[in-house]
Design a binder for this molecule. Structure first.
Ligand code: 4AD
Ligand code: MG
Length: 434
C-alpha cells in the first residue's frame, strides 16, 4: 500500500516521503536532473542534485525508461511554479521494473494506434483527467439521486424483450432460447417505481448501432431514474436540477482536470436551472428559417440528425429541452399529449456546444388498453410484455422517467471531440479490443 500520495503532498512539506509509482518523463540539464513521477493520484517533479546524492542514486537516472515502476524517496518542498504546487528533493530511488520501450512516446500518435494501446493510453495525462471527470459525474449522479430520496435498483443485463426498438438488439443464446443484451433498464424501473416510488438504475446498455459516429457506442452507461406520480413537467425539473448539480460538482472537484484538458470554464458556469424548453413544432420552425438549405429540408414527423440538433442547441447557452415529439417517431410506451394525441409527453435534452442529445425521457402510458394497443401497433410480441402490462392492471399511476447517457455527458463537460475517449474500453463498430 502507498502511505503517501502525490495528491496529498501538501500535508508533508519539509518531511521525507516515499512515493510508489511510474516514471512519466525525465530531463537532464547537467548537474541537476528532473524526474516526473506519477502515482495515479497526480504527477510530481523530483529534483536530483548531483552534489547532494550518492553516485549510485545519481546514476539510476540513466536506467529510467518511460513507465519504469519505481519507489522514490525525498523531501517535500513548496514550489509555486510546479503543477500541484510541490516538488520533491530526491534522496533515493528504488527501481522495481525497468519498462521495455514504451510504445506511447511523447511524440504524437494516430488515433487508431492509441486505441490499439488503450490499455496503456489510459496512463496519459489527458486520459487520466477524463476518467477522473467521469468518476466525479458518476458520484454526483448517485449523490444527487440519493439526496432526493431515490433508491438504486439494479436492472438485468440479459433481457427477454426490446425496450428501445428492435433494430439495435444484440442477440444472445440463452440455452436454446433467445435473449438480448439490455438496451435500457427502464421497463424494470417502472416495476420497481411501483414498489419504491423513486428509483434508478445505473449500468451498461447495449445498442447494435451499425453507424460509426462520434456520439455512438455499442456499449454505454446510462442512469435511468423512474418516478411514480410524477408528470411530464416535474420530470423536466428533476433533469435540469440533476444536470446542473453534475456540472457544479465537476467545477468544484475537478478543476485541475478541466485545466489539463484546456476546457473553457465559462460555458459550464452558465449551466443553471431553468433550462429553455422548445417544442418539436417550434424546432421545426427554427430549422425551416435557418437559411441553410440542408436543414430547411426537414419535414414534420422526421427525426433530427446531428446537424439539426447542433443548430438548435447553438441558439442557447444552456442545455435545451425539445418537447412534444410526434408519437410515431418515439417509443411505444410514451404517454400521448391529452390535448393532441399526435405528439407525446416526451423530451430530449440537448447539451450546448454541439454535443447533441444527452437525455431522453417521457411520461409513460399508464392505461392498460392504450399500452396494449401500442404494443400491437409497434408489432411487438405481446407475450413478452405481459408482465409490463400487469403494472397497468394492479394500481396503475401516472409516472415518468428519463435516461442520461454517461459518455455523452462526459464528452460535453470535458469538451472532447469524440465519445471514444469517455469510456475506459470503448466498444464501437469494428473495435472490441482491448
Ligand atoms: O433516448 P434513449 O434511447 O432512451 C432510453 O433508452 C429510455 N429508455 C430512457 C428512459 O426513459 N429511461 O437513450 C437515452 C440516452 C440518450 O439520450 C444518450 O445520451 C444515450 O442514452 N445513448 C447513447 N450513448 C452512447 N451511445 C449510444 N449508442 C447511445 N444511445 C443512447
Ligand atoms: Mg433518444
Amino acid at each position: 500500500m502507498q502511505k503517501y500520495r502525490v495528491a496529498d503532498l501538501g500535508k508533508y512539506v519539509g518531511q521525507e516521503v516515499e512515493l510508489k509509482g511510474w516514471l512519466y518523463n525525465k530531463r537532464d540539464i547537467g548537474k541537476v536532473r528532473f524526474i516526473l513521477v506519477r502515482d495515479g493520484s497526480g504527477i510530481v517533479q523530483g529534483v536530483m542534485v548531483k552534489n547532494n546524492l550518492p553516485e549510485e542514486v545519481w546514476d539510476k537516472f540513466d536506467d529510467l525508461t518511460l513507465e519504469t515502476s519505481l519507489i522514490v524517496r525525498g523531501t517535500v518542498r513548496e514550489e509555486k511554479r510546479a503543477p500541484g504546487g510541490y516538488e520533491l528533493d530526491v534522496t533515493d530511488i528504488e527501481i522495481f521494473q525497468i519498462a521495455d520501450g514504451y510504445p506511447i512516446t511523447k511524440k504524437s500518435h494516430g488515433v487508431e494506434f492509441l486505441m490499439d494501446h488503450r490499455h496503456l493510453w489510459l496512463r496519459s495525462k489527458k486520459q487520466w483527467a477524463i476518467m477522473r471527470i467521469r468518476d466525479e459525474i458518476q458520484s454526483a449522479i448517485m449523490d444527487f439521486l440519493r439526496e432526493q430520496g431515490f433508491v438504486r435498483i439494479d436492472a438485468p443485463i440479459l433481457t427477454s424483450s426490446a425496450a428501445e426498438g428492435t433494430t439495435t438488439l444484440f442477440e444472445v443464446d440463452y440455452h436454446g432460447d433467445k435473449a438480448y443484451l439490455s438496451q435500457s433498464g427502464q421497463l424494470y424501473m417502472e416495476a420497481a417505481a411501483m414498489a419504491h416510488g423513486k428509483v434508478y438504475c445505473f449500468g451498461p446498455a447495449f445498442r447494435a448501432e451499425k453507424s460509426k459516429t462520434r456520439r455512438h457506442l455499442l456499449e454505454f452507461w446510462m442512469v435511468e431514474p423512474e418516478m411514480a406520480w410524477v408528470t411530464f413537467e416535474e420530470n423536466l425539473e428533476i433533469q435540469e436540477n440533476m444536470v446542473s448539480y453534475i456540472v457544479e460538482r465537476v467545477l468544484k472537484n475537478r478543476r485541475n482536470e478541466l485545466e489539463i484538458l484546456e476546457r473553457p470554464i465559462e460555458p459550464l458556469e452558465k449551466v443553471k436551472p431553468p433550462f429553455p424548453r422548445v417544442t418539436y413544432d417550434e424546432a421545426i420552425e427554427m430549422l425551416k428559417k435557418s437559411g441553410d438549405p440542408e436543414l430547411e429540408k426537414i419535414e414534420w414527423g422526421e427525426d433530427f440528425g446531428a446537424p439539426h440538433e447542433t443548430y438548435i442547441s447553438n441558439k442557447f447557452d444552456k442545455p435545451v429541452f425539445i418537447t412534444h415529439f410526434p408519437t410515431k417517431m418515439k417509443a411505444f410506451y410514451m404517454q400521448p399529449d391529452p390535448n393532441r394525441p399526435e405528439v407525446v409527453l416526451a423530451a430530449d435534452l440537448l447539451a450546448p456546444e454541439g454535443y447533441g442529445e444527452i437525455i431522453g425521457g417521457s411520461e409513460r402510458i399508464y392505461d392498460y388498453d392504450l399500452l396494449k394497443q401500442r404494443i400491437q401497433e409497434w408489432g411487438l410480441p405481446e407475450e413478452d410484455y405481459q408482465w409490463y402490462l400487469d403494472l397497468r392492471k394492479y394500481g396503475t399511476v401516472p409516472h415518468s422517467g428519463f435516461g442520461l447517457g454517461l459518455e455523452r455527458t462526459v464528452a460535453w463537460i470535458a469538451k472532447l471531440p469524440h465519445i471514444r475517449e469517455t469510456i475506459p474500453f470503448p466498444r464501437m463498430l469494428h473495435r472490441m479490443v482491448p
